[in-house]
Design a protein around this ligand. Structure first.
Ligand SMILES: Cc1ncc(COP(=O)(O)O)c(C=O)c1O
Length: 376
């Protein structure tokens, strides 16, 4: 049977998402005992003791379906964010919400705009939707080029995805620039501002998008429990938007999309504001340290507002990625973002992991300079 013929045509061109390599896979493949993973922008600190406790209790009720309306987490987010409850939609990770948005709104002939390189899921959901994706290159400062994106908007544009801060660059656009963008695009163009790394940001001119919701009914803000809240494995994220948009998403989401363990874990993690602040401070100090050390080794490292950095090594990025795998260090090459930029993305780890990363990169660079001097 020819399943390709049976499938919708637009699906055939979709290239599956390439996640960071799992630790166990590398251990198996290369017989390595000590592997560190700095490839998926996860929080290197595990879930908090309080979260582990509610998870253990929750496990005892796994025979039951979850609360389909996610009542307690909804209420807690309402208080936490100080927004109307009707504005909040909770999904199985913010990625689920991106899938829903593209599928609910993009009609045949319409387009969806995103930056490149940026979070690869925007391209994938655009391709899966009935519309067509348009990728707009980032600017020379490695930021989303919001002016170029606004110029790309036409009467067929339905959705624009903006990662702020961006992944893989870690750069952000200021409140002024994003506001100008929101003022420029017509209000029938939906603008999804993905703030997955929101809690790490310490730039004073970063936009407070929640305050703009009344002014811009076309604004959708996305956040996640996968990053600072240490819950990537549970898959829970949320959006804040106009209530009428929420009711459309509610119609198409799968029932029970937020599982019961995610609900109790996220509810507990949300209350741990001191932990979040501490992890953010520690991450940002560690990120600056990693960036400085890599710069000392001759790498160009972009300023980041997230829990990762984008670095241009003085050698081929794919070779560096593979050589680091051999040494038990998993990072992310830019190829997985559909760009040929000679760069890699490195997540901030625990102190020991960061030290090992820097030592391993130093070792790699010195090996490559001695092999190039002996071959010349
Ligand atoms: C910009 C951006 N948005 C969303 C996500 C994923 O979020 P979630 O785990 O909530 O689906 C990521 C994860 O890497 C990301 O970088």
């Amino acid at each position: 049977m020819d399943f390709q013929k049976l499938a919708r045509e637009e699906i055939l061109g979709v290239r599956p998402y390439i996640p960071g390599k799992p630790v166990e896979e590398l251990q198996r493949e290369r017989g390595l005992a000590e592997v560190i993973k700095l490839a998926s922008n996860e929080n290197p600190h595990g879930p908090s003791p309080a979260v582990l406790e509610v998870l253990e209790k929750g496990c005892r009720e796994l025979n039951r379906y979850p609360d389909d309306c996610v009542f307690y987490l909804h209420r807690a987010l309402t208080e936490h964010l100080q927004v109307d409850e009707e504005r909040i939609f909770i999904g199985a990770g913010s990625v689920e919400i991106l899938y829903l948005l593209a599928n609910v709104f993009a009609k045949p002939g319409e387009n969806l705009i995103y930056a490149t390189p940026s979070f690869v899921i925007y391209a994938i959901v655009s391709q899966i939707s009935q519309g067509t994706g348009i990728a707009v290159p980032i600017d020379e400062d490695f930021r989303h080029d919001l002016e170029a994106m606004a110029e790309t908007v036409n009467e067929k544009t339905k959705l624009v995805f903006i990662a702020n801060p961006d992944n893989p660059t870690g750069t952000y656009n200021s409140a002024d620039k994003l506001e100008r963008f929101m003022e420029t695009v017509p209000q029938n163009v939906l603008v999804a501002v993905d703030e997955a790394y929101y809690e790490y940001v310490d730039a004073p001119d970063y936009p407070r998008t929640i305050e703009w919701l009344d002014r811009y009914p076309n604004l959708i803000i996305l956040r996640t429990f996968s990053k600072i809240h240490s819950l990537a494995g549970l898959r829970v994220g949320y959006s804040i938007s106009h209530p009428d948009l929420v009711s459309l998403l509610e119609r198409v989401r799968p029932p029970f999309n937020v599982n019961s363990l995610s609900q109790v874990a996220a509810l507990t993690a949300l209350k741990e504001t001191e932990r979040v602040e501490r992890i953010s401070r520690e991450n940002n100090a560690a990120r600056r340290h990693v960036a400085e050390e890599l710069r000392k080794l001759g790498c160009r490292v972009l300023d980041s507002q997230t829990n990762f950095v984008m670095a241009f090594l003085p050698i081929d990025a794919n070779k560096a990625y593979n050589a680091l795998l051999d040494k038990g260090v998993i990072i992310r090459p830019m190829g997985s973002f559909g760009t040929d930029m000679n760069a890699v993305r490195i997540s901030v780890g625990l102190e020991d992991e960061n030290r090992r990363l820097i030592e391993t990169v130093a070792e790699l660079l010195s090996e490559s300079s001695s092999s190039s001097s002996s071959s010349s």
